[in-house]
Design a protein. Structure first.
Length: 148
């Protein structure tokens, strides 16, 4: 989650590791820290350029079942394709998520609840859940899980 005036990845708190399933529960690999998750911070910062109130995001696994469950739950989704990524973006380390987030938002004409991509060479397919707060994001994820 980003500070309201976030301008840099250091202004966004995130988990330094993954949130993982452990037996019948989930657990965070570490405690949230500012600047800990540059990938998700870049997603949040890109979304904030279009809607400053969108200050939180979470990665969840991609699957057609997840996308369908999100739609069934009434969420707005947008996607981008890494195949459409301009060469100058591919060549700049860490620019894909900024570009992909902006592309998905511009294609839809607004910030969606979720942005996904099908991955690419050495890149995992992923769904990014966006929200106004971290609790907003968690509630969205819970609704998707309930729809699965």
């Amino acid at each position: 989650m980003a500070l309201s005036d976030a301008r840099d990845t250091k202004d966004v708190a995130g988990f330094p590791g993954r949130i993982v399933r452990y037996k019948e529960t989930i657990d965070a690999v570490g405690c949230p820290e500012f600047g800990a998750s540059s990938h998700m911070a870049r997603v949040v910062l890109a979304a904030m350029k279009y809607d400053p109130g969108t200050r939180s995001a979470m990665n969840i696994r991609y699957g057609e079942d997840v996308v369908e469950a999100a739609r069934k739950a009434g969420f707005i989704l947008s996607e981008f394709s890494r195949k459409d990524e301009p060469k100058h973006i591919k060549e700049k380390e860490g620019s894909t998520l900024d570009w992909g987030t902006a592309k998905a938002i511009e294609d839809l004409g607004r910030v969606p609840d979720m942005i996904y991509d099908l991955g690419g060479i050495s890149r995992e397919a992923m769904v990014r859940v966006l929200g106004r707060t971290s609790l907003d994001v968690v509630h969205k994820v819970k609704k998707v899980v309930e729809s699965l």
